[in-house]
Design a protein around this ligand. Structure first.
Ligand code: ADP
Ligand code: MG
Length: 362
């Protein structure tokens, strides 16, 4: 795949509350043609600012933006051939769907016949070919968001930029629209940059995810990479759930390490993104769903149950590691009717297979 968009050492500073504030810090990124890439991170981490600099609504304080190899850093937004889909779909309420989608083409001065053909095509792409005579308020929220997408698609942009496009929709519709947007993107081989703070949305939709925190990139990789080999405690905890158990890496054995937690030693995979060093403080990342209770097995830690939360499909057992810190960790056990439920205060062993734990630098 060729590179469609390239960010080279992009930063953006603001004056905030009278002080110099860095909203985006030295971001380097190559987006491949046809790729669906998501910016993921907590509120305020710089996702929107990065997207707006790519769109041309905001100017970088330093760094360069290349589109198909051409430097566009100072090209105005309307000449960048990018389509922006906003959180609030911003359709014109007094215009029919056809005219909403045709709007950009009319401004471009395209002929009536061409406009008609292109609008029909764009509405067909989003599955709304029968809605062109309706007004926006006659459509559901999801349908309106699809019209907003059609309005951008009709202009054949080189890249589509979407900033939290689903956050105004109710939970069920949001799930449905994830697959809809991904389907349209794949069908048309669109290059798509997508912003969300919802890790599930990012995991299910993206080819790659750029995790951001306080303006910088924490990790860039496929959803699987981020889950399997997190580069930091922040990523481990932000993508899915994770127990972060502090300890020391005692020794290495190929791809695995021996890790001491208090008096105990356990075996786990060595992180590749952020490899730990022997004799140094490190973190064992182990997901709640990869832990189970056992008696007298290997690769286990002595624990005491603090409480349990019944979540329907699983039980979330909260526990402390014995003779260790006061931190409460979590184990998710799939619930099967008839299974024994463990009581608070019970002392037992929590075990995991070495492949399911990963040791990273602290
Ligand atoms: P996100 O989209 O990840 O929630 P933003 O990119 O919108 O975050 O904002 C990143 C940070 O930059 C925030 O702390 C925000 O307050 C600040 N910021 C954004 N725009 C401006 C501005 N025009 N002036 C001052 N600060 C801004
Ligand atoms: Mg934002």
């Amino acid at each position: 795949m060729s590179v469609a968009l390239c960010l080279q050492n992009i930063s953006r500073h603001y004056i905030k509350d009278g002080k110099n504030f860095t909203a985006v810090s030295s971001v380097d990124l190559e987006v491949k043609s046809g790729e669906f890439l998501t910016f993921l991170g907590p509120s305020g981490c710089g996702k929107t600012t990065t997207l707006r600099m790519i769109a041309g609504f905001e100017t970088p304080s330093s760094g360069e933006i290349l589109l198909d190899g051409e430097n566009i850093t100072s090209v105005p937004a309307n000449e960048r051939q990018m389509g922006f889909v906003f959180q609030n779909y911003a359709l014109f309420p007094h215009m029919k769907i056809f005219d909403n989608v045709a709007y950009g083409l009319k401004i471009r001065g395209e002929s009536k016949d061409t406009i008609k053909k292109k609008v029909h095509e764009a509405l067909a792409m989003v599955g709304l070919e029968n809605a062109e005579g309706n007004y926006p308020n006659q459509l559901s929220g999801g349908e309106q968001q699809r019209v907003a997408l059609a309005r951008v698609l009709v202009l054949r942009p080189k890249i589509i930029l979407m900033d939290e496009p689903l956050s105004n929709l109710d939970a069920k519709l949001r799930l449905h629209m994830r697959t809809e947007i991904r389907r349209i993107q794949k069908d048309l081989s669109l290059t798509c940059l997508y912003v969300t703070h919802d890790q599930k949305e990012a995991l299910t939709m993206s080819d790659r995810i750029m995790v951001m925190q306080r303006g910088h990139i924490e990790q860039l990789g496929t959803p699987f990479d981020l889950y399997d080999d997190p580069a930091s405690a922040f990523v481990a905890d932000f993508i899915g759930q994770a127990n972060l158990i502090p300890g020391i890496l005692e020794s290495k054995d190929g791809d695995f390490g021996i890790f001491s937690v208090g008096e105990r030693r356990v075996r786990a995979r060595l992180g590749k993104q952020n490899p730990p060093e022997i004799g140094k403080d490190a973190l064992l990342v182990v997901r709640p769903e990869n832990l189970s209770f056992a008696q007298g097995t290997e690769n286990s830690l002595p624990v005491k149950l603090v409480n349990r939360l019944f979540e329907g499909d699983r039980i979330d057992y909260r526990f402390k590691i014995k003779n260790f810190t006061d931190t409460v960790y979590s184990m998710g056990v799939s619930f099967l009717p008839g299974m024994p439920i463990l009581e608070e205060g019970k002392e037992l062993e929590a075990t995991f297979v070495p492949q399911a734990g990963v040791i990273i630098k602290k």
